[in-house]
Design a protein around this ligand. Structure first.
Ligand code: NAD
Length: 478
């Protein structure tokens, strides 16, 4: 069994309390690691280290800081197999998808290293003669990064890479479900010569360690990827010091299927977008609106495709399409949502039960629900599991209205060959992202940001970088 330690100020150490928590492999339900149960004292130590290191880190040239990001990318690639194995084990992610996440994480460090010579300030016209107005972009200081369990390695990079590039230092807390990959990474990068305190990893509970981190006046930015409820708690906690927050929260992505779409392509994209990582992805297809004239044809093809989805051991070769849910409480939540939908009149076309044919693990069968209506909880709240609820709509206008009738606003998609419908969807859907004729997945050079309860601010690309920078305007007369 692995035993991990916090990484604070360039040193590995136990939690001050010496307490630890267990990390389970969701597929085998066995304990695979022990991680430190940090609390307020660990938060203080890590924040002190990050604060002390920030000034001299920011004083280095950006290209020098980028050099460390490149080393991180190299080290991830050199340890791809070990990291993918660790990731697949700690969260029951099928091995090929775990490998994709490791590769994308290396790519992410390289991508932000490439911004070193590219981000710029501005020269602004002055009203006065012999005066220059210069706008600088300067690091926001100490960042606290709080991660979810679903993409623990990639989301770690999403917070670490822009922090370090811009001259910020960071204290990052992985989810207690999935700390292993982050701590393996800490071991790997501990020998690349990064100045002490620039990058710190601490694990522990959200309401204890997490809360102590986000409440501190030493923090310039809190960046959370997680649930709406945690986002709300972090906004409250950060209110005292008016700390900036960047929140990437839940989603309830609508998919609009138009009568004129390429049906086979749409079916494949929708199923892929629903079952990736057992439906536990924020940008996943969460509800489908189908124009009435093609409803029966679409449901026929969707039924076949969802019935073909396999599940099982994440390490099996060939790999199944998906594996276990992350834990028992997620499984029960999905089960309850489906039961409620059935009671409200939804019809179970495929699945609709636990995957009890597996020897261990928290499996829910790939599930297709027909006859869903807008008032059902399963259409309104995030499922985060392999369940696809479908609603028949009279026309495209109704599909747009129902898509927008939602508290969340992260991603959305439309399948059509009609240019007017495409353009209307892009202009009228109130979501941070709209995918047209493709599955749900964003690019690292885009900007992943939710509307409404899906968040504040965002990640990736140029706009993601600006989250870590604050402006400073200088008025210079000569
Ligand atoms: P969660 O909100 O339960 O936990 C996220 C992190 O917040 C964990 O590290 C947790 O310990 C910490 N936390 C909890 N309470 C805290 C507090 N009071 N103060 C500080 N930290 C606290 O979320 P989860 O279950 O790990 O992840 C699933 C959720 O994340 C889903 O809703 C999903 O949609 C969302 N998500 C969003 C995106 C996105 O980019 N928008 C990406 C991945 C996941």
């Amino acid at each position: 069994m692995k035993v991990y330690q916090q990484y604070i100020n360039g040193e590995f150490r136990d939690a001050e309390s010496k307490e630890q928590f267990e990390v389970l492999n969701p597929f085998t339900e066995k304990v695979i690691a022990m991680a430190p149960k940090g609390g307020a004292r660990d938060a203080a130590l890590a924040l002190e280290a990050a604060s002390s290191a920030q000034k001299s880190w920011a004083a280095k040239s950006c290209i020098e800081r980028a050099g460390y990001l490149k080393k991180m990318a190299e080290i991830i690639r050199a340890n791809r197999d070990m990291l993918a194995q660790t990731l697949a084990e700690e969260q029951a992610k099928i091995l090929p998808l775990a490998q994709v996440e490791i590769d994308a994480t290396a790519e992410y460090f390289d991508y932000y290293a490439g911004w070193a010579r590219k981000y710029e300030g501005e020269v602004i016209q002055s009203d006065n003669p012999k005066e220059n107005i210069l706008l600088y972009r300067q690091p926001i200081g100490v960042v606290v990064g709080v991660c979810p369990w679903n993409f623990p390695f990639f989301v770690m990079a999403r917070k670490v890479a822009p922090s370090l590039l811009t001259g910020c230092t960071i204290v990052l807390k992985p989810s207690s479900e999935t700390p292993n990959t982050t701590f393996e990474f800490a071991k790997l990068i501990s020998s690349i010569g990064l100045p002490k305190g620039v990058l710190n990893f601490v694990s522990g509970g959200g309401s204890t360690l997490g809360d102590a981190l986000v409440r501190s006046p030493q923090v310039g930015l809190v960046t959370l990827t997680g649930s709406v409820e945690t986002g709300q708690r972090i906004i409250s906690a950060s209110a005292e010091n008016i700390t900036k927050t960047s929140l990437e929260l839940g989603g309830k992505a609508p998919v609009i299927i138009c009568a004129d779409c390429d049906m086979d392509m749409a079916v494949k994209a929708v199923v892929d977008s629903r079952i990736i990582f057992s439906g536990q992805v924020c940008n996943c297809a969460e509800r489908v609106y189908v124009e009435a004239e093609v409803y029966d044809e679409f449901m026929g093809k969707l039924t076949k495709a969802m019935s073909d989805v396999t599940y099982g051991d994440p390490f099996a070769d060939p790999a199944p399409c998906m594996s276990s849910q992350i834990n028992k409480s997620q499984l029960i939540k999905i089960e309850e949502m489906v039961a409620k939908a059935k009671a409200q009149g939804a019809e179970v076309v495929v699945g609709g039960a636990r995957g009890d044919d597996q020897p261990t693990g928290f499996f829910y069968k790939p599930t297709l629900l027909a006859n869903c209506t807008q008032d059902m909880e399963i259409i309104r709240n995030e499922i985060f599991g392999p369940v696809l609820p479908v609603v028949k709509v009279a026309n495209f206008d109704e599909a747009l209205d129902l898509s927008n009738d939602c508290e969340f606003g992260l991603t959305s998609s439309v399948f059509t060959t009609n240019i007017t419908k495409m353009m209307r969807a892009i202009n009228e859907l109130k979501f941070g992202e709209t995918y047209v004729n493709r599955s749900h997945f964003e690019a690292i050079q885009g900007f992943h940001a939710g509307w409404r309860k899906s968040g504040i601010g965002g990640a990736d690309g140029k706009h993601g970088l600006f989250e870590y920078l604050q402006t400073h305007v200088a008025y210079i007369q000569y």
